[in-house]
Design a protein around this ligand. Sequence first.
Ligand SMILES: CC(C)(COP(=O)(O)OP(=O)(O)OC[C@H]1O[C@@H](n2cnc3c(N)ncnc32)[C@H](O)[C@@H]1OP(=O)(O)O)[C@@H](O)C(=O)NCCC(=O)NCCS
Length: 339
Amino acid sequence: MINENLVPVTIAGIGMYVPETVIKNEDIAKIVDTNDDWISSRTGIQERRVVSGNETAVSLGVNAAKDALAYAGISSEQIDLVICATSMPDNLYPSSACEIQAAIGAQNAAAFDISAACSGLIYGLFVAKNFIMSGTYETVLVVGVDVHSRFLDWTDRTTCVLFGDGAGAFVVKKSDDGINDFLSVDIHADGTKGKELKIPLYGKNCPLVEPNDEKKQIVNMNGKEIYKFAVSYVPESILNSLSLAELTIDDLDFLVPHQANMRIISAIKDRLKLNTDQVISNLEKYGNTSTASIPIALLDALDNNRIPDSSLLALCGFGAGLTWGTAVIRWRAKDQRKL
Ligand SMILES: CC(C)(COP(=O)(O)OP(=O)(O)OC[C@H]1O[C@@H](n2cnc3c(N)ncnc32)[C@H](O)[C@@H]1OP(=O)(O)O)[C@@H](O)C(=O)NCCC(=O)NCCS
């Protein structure tokens, strides 16, 4: 049941940014034993972007944040809180959120990071919505950024073909017209399955205590287990989130899934009996951009006029943790960039 006493919340802006460097499937085939046909048919991915030179997770996040603020037509001084959902920050501290806050001049905002891998943006929306609904804050910037290219073993064909770098952002705000567009958000975790998808972080003990080995901080993944997890847990989360909003799958206009893999997306679509044109995807261009993939896919669809005003959307994320979750929202954001 929706509590009428809570502050109504809306998404006022969306933004994205990807690095310029494009790596095609054929390029990866030059460094590992793979080919375009295998990658395209198993994943749907044709190319991805990777950071280079001075690009960092924060620089991508800053560009996506500025894009979302322009979309919403609000200034950085109006932001009360910056949340950065990232699992590959540039530093252990300061947080990426603090660095983004400084770079965009959001001097009135508190700032912190959330680590929930590919579900990070949904976790971020959950926190933002609750802060606004409770009356704590009016405007929250949620940025999702991951730079997997720095944490992949580029000699391991089973993982290096899957991921790309990118950033996405949402401006979540108290709704000016009193209409609540956040119908429900449902987040979950199962830490017992954490080992199935992991990037270990190796600190070093004091050399006076014991000698240190060099260990690689790279993606370790059990692809089959992750596939099984995604196709069983994610449809359930979508149905649960719709049910929390007193809706059914028949009410849904579009599903915007985390862009992990075309086979996973297709299996989720089939389980929910959705039509192909109800499912938003652009992973052929960017690969799995982790926490950033939902806004990157949604903004692409908006720019191509695929999402009519007032559409009912389910945004669903899933990934390391393991974590998963769904946000059911009414899309009414006006693009101030185009006005
Ligand atoms: C990764 C994934 C595409 C692999 O597909 P799969 O059908 O399970 O493939 P398998 O792991 O069974 O491998 C089949 C064969 O292809 C090979 N292979 C793996 N990666 C390859 C590549 N990039 N190019 C060519 N061959 C490859 C394997 O070595 C194996 O060869 P073998 O039969 O000689 O041993 C699939 O498991 C998947 O989508 N998992 C989810 C991953 C994911 O999305 N993770 C992120 C979630 S946020």
